[in-house]
Design a protein around this ligand. Structure first.
Ligand code: SAM
Length: 280
């Protein structure tokens, strides 16, 4: 018996028209649609007259569902997996299912389409030749700042998803960890009526978020331009040596603060330089 195919199908991130003809065909033809939230997806499916059988597969039952999905596919049935919006597996469930199906020899086929991260990159005006998708940052400030610190020396554009509740505090943390001058873009409500992109230095984006309550409503992608490549090179080697020596007696961040006090060089620049030097 031939096994069925698992299709990973992207769905709209706001505008219902953003679905491919192939996605509609596949969703109509499959035996089962595995959806993150069946009630939520029903609206999209009804809109396109799709009445394939639905099964809920979300973060909390993904592991249990693997067995059921594998049996269906081994019996020759075909399955399409969708999430609430955009591309499944991208800050959405599906990874464990795809890994398990591939390990069992099931064919997994992509039906590509919208993804908020890629849509934001395509319109923000920040470099796209190299980027790092980080997804959601931790909700607690200390952990969030620590994660941003770990990304200080990354030269690619950083891509985050953020909730309206936290977008402002998150940009505040970008200012304090990466500096007020780092270029930042917030892309909100992409493909929807109030789609807006604000691209400016971090401090200016923070003021923009604070100036109007509408600016913090909706769904957000936050982009942060990467560190200048070779930032270490612009700092005097003697200063770098001083940083290295000080760093032997205290944590790197503290060493940066001390050397910054003595030399007047911003501590973020010193930190980036030290990380790049360590990498080198
Ligand atoms: N799988 C989805 C994708 O391909 O983009 C992402 C799912 S994740 C659970 C949801 C997050 O994506 C939102 O909190 C927001 O950060 C971002 N997002 C989704 N739709 C968006 C939109 N229309 N505009 C801006 N950000 C959006």
């Amino acid at each position: 018996m031939t096994t069925g195919i698992l299709y990973i199908v992207a769905t709209p991130i706001g505008n219902l028209n953003d679905i491919t003809l192939r996605a509609i065909d596949v969703l109509k033809q499959v035996d089962v649609i595995a959806a993150e939230d069946t009630r939520h997806s029903k609206k999209l499916l009804d809109h396109y007259g799709i009445d394939s059988k639905l099964m809920a597969v979300h973060d909390h039952n993904e592991e249990e569902r693997i067995h059921t999905l594998l049996s269906l596919l081994q019996e020759g049935q075909s399955v399409a997996m969708i999430s609430d919006a955009g591309t499944p597996l991208i800050s959405d469930p599906g990874f464990r299912v795809v890994r398990a199906m591939r390990q069992s020899g099931i064919e997994v086929v992509s039906i590509p389409g919208p993804c908020a991260a890629v849509a934001a990159l395509s319109i923000a005006g920040l470099p796209t030749d190299r980027f790092l998708f980080v997804g959601f940052l931790p909700p607690k400030q200390k952990a969030r700042q620590a994660e941003l610190e770990s990304l200080l020396a990354e030269t690619g554009t950083l891509v985050f998803y953020e909730s309206p509740k936290r977008i402002q505090s998150c940009v505040e943390d970008v200012v304090s960890v990466m500096g007020a001058e780092r270029m930042v873009a917030v892309a909100k409500e992409i493909t929807k009526s109030f789609e807006t992109v604000k691209t400016a230095p971090a401090a200016e984006v923070l003021s923009w978020l604070a100036e109007d309550q509408h600016h913090t409503r909706g769904e957000f992608v936050l982009l942060v331009q990467g560190a200048e490549p070779g930032a270490a090179a612009v700092i005097d080697p003697k200063v770098l040596r001083a940083l290295q020596m000080t760093g032997e007696y205290m944590p790197l961040k503290k060493a940066c603060a001390v050397v910054s006090e003595l030399t007047g060089i911003p501590k973020n620049a010193l930190y980036e330089a030290a990380l790049q030097q360590n990498k080198g």
